[in-house]
Every structure is written in structure tokens, then in C-alpha cells.
Design a binder for this molecule. Sequence first.
Ligand SMILES: [Fe+2]
Length: 208
Amino acid sequence: MALPTKEEAQELFDYICQKTDFYNQRNGLPEGISRRHYLCVAENAKQIASKTSSLDPEKSYILGLLHDYGEFKEQKDRRQFHGTAGYDEMMQLGFDEVAKTCLSHSFFDGCVTPENYPSYPPECIQRAAQILASQPYDDYDRLIQLSDLMVKADKITTIDERLDFVATKYHVPAEKILFKKEKAHELKSYFDNLCKEDVYCILGLKND
Ligand SMILES: [Fe+2]
């Protein structure tokens, strides 16, 4: 399994920030919104990892920083899905560990089906399902999923706030959001146990 160095990750990060800034500006979105999102996810991942005895904080930060590597490809062409686009880019560069989290971070509830992701091209979700079927999630996949679930646009937030935002933005039916919340809280409990501390306390979202 291969990972970029800190310096290589910084270069790749600068590259995608420049690209997403261009498309965000074109779509009337605030400048630097994607950059701040990537940084928040990276910071969440690093802080949670540093409370475990099994996860490397620096590796976690790099995976967080690059988890949405394919975003600019999706912004450029709506027939693309950022998960598979990021996976392909990272595989080409030989960074298979980043490739996996680029793909896995979107599917924390384990339902990798086109019906569950109606806003993405079905063939991309089917391809994601095929790739992920042969690569079971590890704790880094789970960490980036959770870290991303606690960022709403470019601010650190609770799972419920983030998923309520997703429900409104993508018109997700109430029962689907309830299921997603249940799965997301299961994921958080997994890390609460691994860290022996409430993840919300670690990230300053809750006092002891
Ligand atoms: Fe993200």
C-alpha cells in the first residue's frame, strides 16, 4: 500500500484547491470553501487518530486532505462521480491508500447502490460497488467517513446537523436519513470506543 509523503500531499492539495476554486467561483460559491472542507476533514481525522493507539495521525491527515481529490472532475463534468474520479487519479499516481478512501468515504452506510445515490451517475456507483466488494473497509476508511460526516460544507459540526443539511440539499426521504443517522452514530460509537473518549469532546463539539 502506498501513500504520498507530506510534501507530495501538500502539492496535490494545492493542485486540487486551485481547480476547485476555479469551479466554485464559476458556480457562485464562496472562495476557498473546498479548501476549508478538506482541511477540516484532515484535522478531524488527525485529532481522532491521535487518541487511538492503532491509527497514525499523519497518515490520517493526508488521507483527509485528499479524500475529495476527484471533486474538481465532478464539478467539470456532471457525468463523473468524485469518488471514482479521485480513485482513478490516485491509482494512476500509485497512491492506492488514498485511492481507496477517495472511493470509500461516500459510502459510510454500506449501501453502494445507484438507488441510494440518485444524484450520481448509476454506472459510477455500480463501478464503486464492484471495486469496494473486493476491498473491505479498514479503520482508515472508517475514520475518513466519520471525519467527513462531521463537516458541513467548511465547518466542523455534529453528525445530525450534517445529515439534516444533506437531507435538505438532496431531498433525501426522511426514512433514508433516519437509517443514515443510525449508521453514522454506529460509526461514531466505534471510534468513541477506540479513543476511549467521546469523539464530540475530542473535536470540541461537546463538553465533558
Ligand atoms: Fe468531503
